[in-house]
Design a protein around this ligand. Structure first.
Ligand code: FES
Length: 215
């Protein structure tokens, strides 16, 4: 069983907090890239140890470079790797360049294959802040509109590709996810696309236009 658990050390960009059942800051979304392009990044969702949650909320800003040290384990029921952070360090630009050549290091042999497979099929992610200020400014409606537009695009693509079973729906590669506060509360609703970047004051029309650029 030892090879199902191991420590990890990841260096990457903080994207956003991801809420869970126990806390709005239960997880972080981290992009780890071997090069300069965010399109080549591997996306990780990492659970924060309880003692880290409130502290990290005050400490982290979107796009910060982080070194995250922790423990990962295979959940035998779901077959998914679960990542849990024990310590997080913010890196300066100088420290990041030292890590650039080897953007992530792992301590077991079996797990990198899993992360590479995940990378190959990684969808574009649309992260929408669902903390209180953004909700008051309409982030729930933005999320709903995006999900409906993706479902519509999927069904019309499915109809038009009935004769070609090998065709993949481009919209199936887009995932809409809720996150915690991105610390730009006055500019909400806030949306981050990965790869892509930050979008502020996203209206319903703006969300659909954004989606069209991703399809
Ligand atoms: S509430 Fe959305 S950025 Fe703070």
């Amino acid at each position: 069983m030892a090879d199902l658990e191991s420590s990890f050390c990841l260096v990457g960009r903080f994207i956003a907090f991801v809420p869970g059942e126990k806390s709005p800051y239960q997880m972080i979304s981290l992009d780890v890239s071997l090069g300069d392009s965010s399109a080549e990044a591997t996306h990780y969702r990492i659970v924060l140890d309880k003692h880290l949650r409130r502290m990290m909320y005050r400490y982290l800003n979107p796009q910060d470079w982080l070194k995250v040290v922790g423990h990962r384990a295979m959940n035998l029921r779901s077959g998914q790797l679960e990542w849990k952070a024990a310590e997080i360090f913010k890196l300066s630009a100088h420290q990041v360049s030292a890590y650039r050549v080897s953007a992530y290091q792992t301590s077991t042999h079996s797990l990198p294959a899993v992360t590479l497979a995940a990378k190959a099929s990684a969808p574009v992610r649309v992260l929408i802040c669902q903390a209180s200020d953004c909700r008051q400014r309409g982030s729930e409606a933005v999320s709903r509109a995006l999900k409906e537009a993706i479902a519509q695009a999927n069904s019309s693509q499915a109809n038009s590709s009935q004769t070609n079973s090998s065709q993949t729906n481009s919209s199936q590669k887009i995932m809409v996810q809720s996150t915690g506060c991105m610390k730009r509360c006055k500019e909400g609703p806030n949306v981050v696309t990965v790869p892509g970047g930050q979008h502020c004051q996203v209206s319903l029309e703006g969300a659909i236009t954004l989606l069209q650029t991703l399809l």
